[in-house]
Design a protein around this ligand. Structure first.
Ligand SMILES: [Zn+2]
Length: 188
């Protein structure tokens, strides 16, 4: 009889969710379900289990290993554009201040200040260090004489994917690696 050592608690066992074509359902943010959602989808017959943790969950009526990778049974059309989130703005700008190149103490800057009618959008928000953010204050770039090193733009998933390998998520289970970063490796 095999005794399974539960080295990870279920709370630390998220499942990577792949589309029916075995690519992640989403890269940014990476499509991850908590173990409860993953198990629910298994019982609803919506996913196939491709890989498992050693961690078992038990109830009086069943026992199973927690899925570490699942794939949807029906294909979902992926979105071309990543969500406009703080993380994705940092990722587009490679976690670098767009004014001075600093990598520490990052925040966000509206290129056209909100007080001058600037909106919060991909095209007007850049990563900036606190010092530059403070220095630019409420000024237009031409007044502050500060311009972002790259004009802010709406990135595609592909754009973020190019930058993503250098800044992986905090948690990557080894079983996920087969499904991540493959296409960017092919392009090198
Ligand atoms: Zn700076």
């Amino acid at each position: 009889m095999t005794v399974h050592i539960q080295s990870l608690s279920p709370g630390n066992c998220p499942a990577l969710v792949l589309n029916a074509d075995f690519r992640p359902l989403s890269y940014y943010p990476l499509s991850i379900w908590c173990w409860q959602d993953a198990i629910k989808a298994v019982f609803l017959d919506r996913v196939n289990i491709l890989s498992e943790y050693d961690t078992l969950v038990r109830s009086p009526s069943f026992e199973m290993r927690l899925p570490s990778v699942v794939s949807l049974k029906s294909y979902v059309k992926p979105t071309r554009f990543p969500a406009f989130t703080r993380f994705n703005v940092f990722l587009r700008d490679r976690f670098t201040c767009q004014y001075c190149g600093e990598r520490e103490d990052l925040t966000f800057d509206h290129v056209i200040p909100r007080s001058k009618g600037g909106v919060t959008s991909w095209e007007n928000v850049v990563a900036a260090c606190s010092a530059c953010n403070l220095r630019k204050a409420d000024m237009l770039p031409s007044v502050a004489r500060m311009w972002p090193s790259t004009e802010p733009y709406q990135p595609t998933v592909h754009d973020l994917h190019q930058n993503g390998r250098a800044f992986p998520p905090n948690y990557l289970h080894e079983s996920w690696m087969d499904y991540l970063y493959w296409d960017s490796e092919l392009e090198e």
